[in-house]
Every structure is written in structure tokens, then in C-alpha cells.
Design a binder for this molecule. Sequence first.
Ligand code: GRG
Length: 298
Amino acid sequence: MGVESNVADRELLARVRTQVDRWLDEYTSRLTGTPPRMIEAIRYSLLGGGKRLRPAIVIWAAEACGGTLAEALPVGAAVEMLHTYSLVHDDLPAMDDDDLRRGQPTCHVRYGEATAILVGDALLTMAFEVLGSVGRTGEIAAACVRALSRGAGPRFLIGGQFDDLAAENRLLTIEDLEEIHLRKTAQLFGTSAELGGWVGGGSAVQIEQLGAFGRRLGLAFQIQDDLLDVQGQENHLGKRAQKDQTRGKSTYPALVGIEASQQRCRELIEGAIGQLADWGPPADPLRRLAQGLMHRTH
Ligand code: GRG
């Protein structure tokens, strides 16, 4: 990929980030009846940075199916709320115990543990309130609620997080690690793509292909996260580096080495793009996101 297309890709993502940030900013400034300090903590966690990759996947998947930005934006924002809840809770002392997130003190460091728990609860609940009225029909909203509650529920995000915590200080097989990565991280990428398919009016086959695209992309993303944890710098990452090692976590590079991890990433990204083989130009933003991920630094 040349320098020019890199710049174009960055601009494409920056545009989505601005749109999502604006939507979230407006939504959270209208939370009447909510304690002001709580609104402050919600906005601190939600608006303080973040790459907005999952909303970008929702929006570009919807557009690839012929849907509109206006329909997809609230769905992307709901996924971002849910993702942010998972980060706020993951950072808590009882979980990953982190003091830095998105380049600033974590929610519990800034506002206290009880508030951070409630901020996570609020973001999770609000995500479903938003999803409840998306799309052209009630059926679409219901399908979106079902897809996100499945992907973020005990079989995937929450169960993956549970197994991830239980695996600390245990040497996993690469198959077990990949399974945890899939449930903890990759499924939410797959769900984001499926949600885009639902709200964009995609067919059952298209939604299936989008899910497979997103899961492969998400797995590559998590392996990259492992690689960045070993190689990355905190000022780029906006969170602590070398965290996995300190907590006795099995990681992809620790189990198979850096080169094999990079090779697996490449395979997954090619596999992701392969899912969109019949989609033509409307799926270009999704393909470009996948290609760009190979070179991410944060
Ligand atoms: C608490 C139920 C529950 C789940 C937590 C998200 C998660 C599960 C754990 C986070 C641990 C972690 C570092 C996972 C690696 C992949 C990941 C989700 C990274 C953060 O996502 P980015 O890089 O973050 O998209 P930004 O800040 O850009 O939104």
C-alpha cells in the first residue's frame, strides 16, 4: 500500500471518528435526569479518544450493503458505548488493574471505583436503549439487539474475559489462546460488521460474510495487540506496554514467536478480505481498513 492511499485511509477513518464523536457528544449532553457528576465521568470515558474502529466497521458494512450513514451512525455509536464499557470495567483493579487508557488516567483512577462500575453499567445499558430504535423497522432493531447481546454476552465478550482472567499465570496452548482472543475481542468486530449488514438491509448471506470478515479482522487485531504490547511504546499506545508479561498472560508472540504471529495476522487479514471477494467497490473501505491494520502502531 503506497503512502498516498495510507493518507486517504487515515482521512477516511478520521471522518468516521469525527461523525461518531459528534453523535456521542450530542447524545451524552442530553442525558437529562442523570447525576451531573455521572455524566461527566461517562463523557470522560467515552469522548477521551479511541480509534472508533468498531463504528467504522458498522458504517462501512452498512454502506457496502446499500445503507446510509444516517441509519448506521447510531448503531456504530451503540457499539462504541458497549466497547467503552468493556474497557472501563477491564481497567478496574479486580480485572486488569490499569491506570492509563486512551492516554489519560483510567475512569476509576479519576472518579473512583464505584463510579467506574456505574459508568460501565450506564454505557452498557445506553447502548441497548439506542439500538432499540434503530433501522427502518422494529424487526431490524430487534435483530440488532439480539446480535449485540449475543456478541457481548457470556458466550463471547464476557465469557472470553472470564476465561482470559482465569488463564493468568497458566501456559495456554495456541488453540486455547486463539479461542479466548476470538471470544474476548474478535467477535465484537464480527458483530459490528453483522450489525452494519442488518441496518444496511443486507441479505442473510451478506450478513454471514460480514460476520466472518469481522471475526478474522478482530483476531488479527488482537494478535497485533499482543505484538504491540511486546514492541509498542506507551506514548503511542495510550496505555501501559509490557502489561501481558507482568500479569503472566500467554500471548501470541510468547507462544509462537514474533514472526509466526505476524504471519498469522497476514493470513487472517487475507482471509477477511477474501470474504468480500464478490462485493466489488462498495466494500473498498472495509478492505482498506483490513489492509491498513497490518501496519498499525496503536
Ligand atoms: C469487562 C466484559 C469485559 C470485557 C473486557 C475489551 C476487553 C474485554 C478487554 C480489553 C483488554 C484488551 C487490551 C484487549 C485487546 C483488544 C482490545 C479490545 C483493545 C482495545 O480496543 P481498541 O484498540 O481501543 O480499539 P480504542 O481505545 O481505540 O477504542
